[in-house]
Design a protein around this ligand. Sequence first.
Ligand code: FDP
Length: 338
Amino acid sequence: MDHEADAHRTDLMTITRHVLNEQTKYPESRGDFTILLNHIVLGCKFVCSSVSKAGLAKLFGLAGETNIQGEEQKKLDVLSNEVFVKALISSGRTCILVSEENEEAIFVDPSKRGRYIVVFDPLDGSSNIDCGVSIGTIFGIYLVKDEENPTIDDVLQAGKNLVAAGYCMYGSACTLVLSTGSGVNGFTLDPSLGEFILTHPNIKIPKKGKIYSVNEGNAKNWDEPTTKFVEKCKFPTDGSPPRSLRYIGSMVADVHRTLLYGGIFLYPADKKSPNGKLRLLYEVFPMSYLMEQAGGQAFTGKQRALDLVPGKIHERSPVFLGSYVDVEEIKALYAAAN
Ligand code: FDP
């Protein structure tokens, strides 16, 4: 019997234990971040359970449908948002929340205020909900400058100021990927324990990938560097084999695959959408932060994604993120075009 392997299996590194361990590196830490994270984890567990029984519970479909009791049904993304907002406020550790689902930023009542700002998309990839394809929650965390006086400028910070970011993917397993600024770790929900267990320690993205991921239906509106890049993926001129195309159309799932297998995910600007589609604060920034923490890169077509400073909370930006070498290639094409 392999006792060492057994010891490993019985020594479970939960996400809370992992974050508490990380905090011991900061003697001034008050445990606030662990409390905040526990509330995010609660939201993820709720959404995970709702997604997996959505068909049964008739949570699919349009908001406004009624159930047998005549009560109004809530769409899964609306419900997820309510759960996250309430969990984050009740943590007592947040002062401003920005959600994809709310037009305005939510300023937390002073009686429940803390020093963290959470930007999040409670259920990203919503067009995939009804067909059971993987979807996810994306979040980023900033610190407020003055806890007594939070302002919208505290939210409109460059992505490089994030103190943590992550996503939870509701797929064949429920996987939470997190960075608190010293690498990237992946945790899988063990449904029998109700705990996220460290299953993917210190994720590093391969330096170069064999996959590109983009909505090619937009090709007729792309700019020259994007067109050239995708052409090179299909018809390489350096003797390398063509790359594979994988596109789920659910950012969390596409980014998760990119992080684990390598490659590049593109949501470029095009003639119809000069700023691309994805939102800077709760899609581009958290994913770019994770990519950099895993040894990859994220680029907007003009600059490092994390250097951007948003002017509005729901601002969009083009993004090219993934393996270091792959992103270097697209950067070179943009440099040559300018
Ligand atoms: P969705 O519209 O289904 O919510 O920003 C949302 C998003 O999905 C991302 O998750 C996904 O990467 C992207 O949009 C897909 O957009 P396209 O359908 O234009 O390819």
